[in-house]
Design a protein around this ligand. Sequence first.
Ligand code: OAD
Length: 249
Amino acid sequence: MSDFPAASLLAQAAGLIVDAEHVCVFSGAGMSAESGIPTFRDALTGLWANHRPEDLATPEGWHRDPDLVWGWYRDRAANLRTIEPNAGHRAVADLSRAKSLTGGRVSIVTQNVDDLHERAGSTVDAHLHGRILGPRCEFCAYRGDPDLSLATTRPRCPDCTGSLRPDVVWFGEMLPEREWITATDAIESCSALLIIGTSGVVHPAAGLPMLAAEMGTPIIEVNPEPSALTPLATVHLEATAATVLPAII
Ligand code: OAD
């Protein structure tokens, strides 16, 4: 991991954020890493390190063994209840409050399925990949209470013959339309884009920052490593979310 970014880079990033009337935050798994949630692609600690994604995060995996899939997500939901937002989540929430005092705003588009932005005090505009807490029916429009995600036995749908499933987007599934439209609007209308902790390799979400780049919107990236989105960044802060966000916000 690199040393803390130079003061001149921190000042440049802070200046872009201060000057922007509307800051859009685009976050990925690295945002929650310092809360103790493994990212997806880190070779040793990543979420897929001990599992095959096709068994746990595809419609085929669900049809093959729904109890296995339910149990894996149930354990992730239970783990979520044991961890807390980190200083990075809290800094983003502080920024939202500060912007609203001066007539500006912060919108949050996240690929994360956790609720740590919300628990830090932010409102999330778009959960592009769904939410781990709050299951939905595999067939009909029924949505269950968040606590049902902690059920040890896979719950049946009270409205139809289906079973409840995690409300997350699996490989091969469409992103939720309303969240996608909201995310696109936020990224196209923002005056600065703050990308935090994403490898930028999973599309279509990873294509969103390009919309801002094409409009000439300044882009600040927070990631201890270079990512597929680094070439789009006006400023790349090579540091972790929980260390650098409180410093620039
Ligand atoms: P990845 O695991 O692909 O990437 C995590 C990124 O966070 C990497 O670029 C790391 O360098 C960076 N990172 C690690 N620790 C960090 C820290 N403390 N602070 C800041 N950055 C840090 O996760 P995502 O890009 O979010 O999709 O993955 C995108 C999607 O792939 C996920 O939403 C998920 C997965 O398949 C679905 O589940 C549909």
